[in-house]
Design a protein around this ligand. Sequence first.
Ligand SMILES: Nc1nc2c(ncn2[C@@H]2O[C@H](COP(=O)(O)OP(=O)(O)OP(=O)(O)O)[C@@H](O)[C@H]2O)c(=O)[nH]1
Ligand SMILES: [Mg+2]
Length: 393
Amino acid sequence: MSLPHKGTSEATRPARAERAAAASVTGIRRLDDELGATSPAQHVVFLHAVGPDATAFLMHAACATGRSVVYATTSRSPESFEAERKRMGFASTPVVAVDLREVKDPSQARKDIDDACQVLPDATLAIESLTGLVHAWGEAAAKAWFAALKDAWKGRRLLASLADRAYEPGTRETFLGVDAVVRLARREVLGARHDVFQVVQAGGRAMTPRAFPFRVERPGGIRPHVSKILVTGAYSAGKSTLVHTLSETGVNVEHLGTTVALDHGRIDRDGLTIDLFGTPGQERFDPLIRQIGHGALGVLSVVDSARPSTLHRARTLADEISGGHVPVVYAANKQDAPGALTPEAIRERLGIPAAVPVLACRAHERESAVHVLDALVERVLATLAVPAAATGS
Ligand SMILES: Nc1nc2c(ncn2[C@@H]2O[C@H](COP(=O)(O)OP(=O)(O)OP(=O)(O)O)[C@@H](O)[C@H]2O)c(=O)[nH]1
Ligand SMILES: [Mg+2]
């Protein structure tokens, strides 16, 4: 991952943003990156479980790039679609909404869409729900209709959503036989729910399974967001320093230089927002740490490499908070301090398994801090993903 370009001048920024929007398939940078999209002329289906707001997701993907859209609604009125579009902040995108709710004849639906495309010739076509069409017309008719639509829309952007449930043989294959399939699912991690997106198919490319948690903002739309990384460890190990070095914004609650409540910081990594929560180190605050740990997606355990007597606490806290359910990365901090143990020596002393990273860290240095965070975030995304063999698409 590359660092954001801090030196971008005001003059070049809008032009760059426009170019990025023109090449974007979905208006969600992390999703575009996963899709490996070089051209927006793709057919993408959002395969959604119960829980995540698939309609908001489709709306963002269709409307956020600013290119014109023909939007076929299957379960709500064009008025309620328009109201939601405004709430999400995409009012300036040229859109023609086509109401398919009462259209009983598939050929009429196609005619209505073609008519709308006369008004907006190069528009993206978005179908709110293929499952809605299955309900209205039956599976065979909906399947045949979509197969013909895909042919007619070659070279143009086509987006649709499909409920992830059982269909008759062949139906799923037709609906998902597109350039890319994005799975929307809900995960429960340490007592909190997280909605995630994961590209499970992208033009035959081999995918590294990883799923991005997201939330829906009104206005703003889909925001990839790791809502909680817990930064823990022994007293004075460097937790607050690490959170501050990483953060673009932040607060901390300290008394005489030690954390008495928590640190909070936020960082953007290439379009993924990450919220960091630093715990107090003194043992009298341990009951609080368990509460702060609720819903954490990953644990960054900070070790003072120059104070061997405190090492075990980093392991105890990490084990207790993660419970083996969320990824842990150890930051072997204060590598610049005299007598600091190497990460290997710390791994050995604490009996940390080979699969768990123990990384050298100097918490005051941004590059070092970011390296440790990125390693953890990659593991968080991999843990949230459905394995490649089980994507069911
Ligand atoms: N040499 C060196 N000092 C560090 C490093 N990271 C933090 N420190 C220093 O260690 C001391 C404690 O740092 P904090 O970030 O307050 O540690 P903490 O873990 O938040 O401490 P508590 O909240 O009291 O548990 C401060 O004096 C920091 O400047 C590092 O990488 N190298
Ligand atoms: Mg602190």
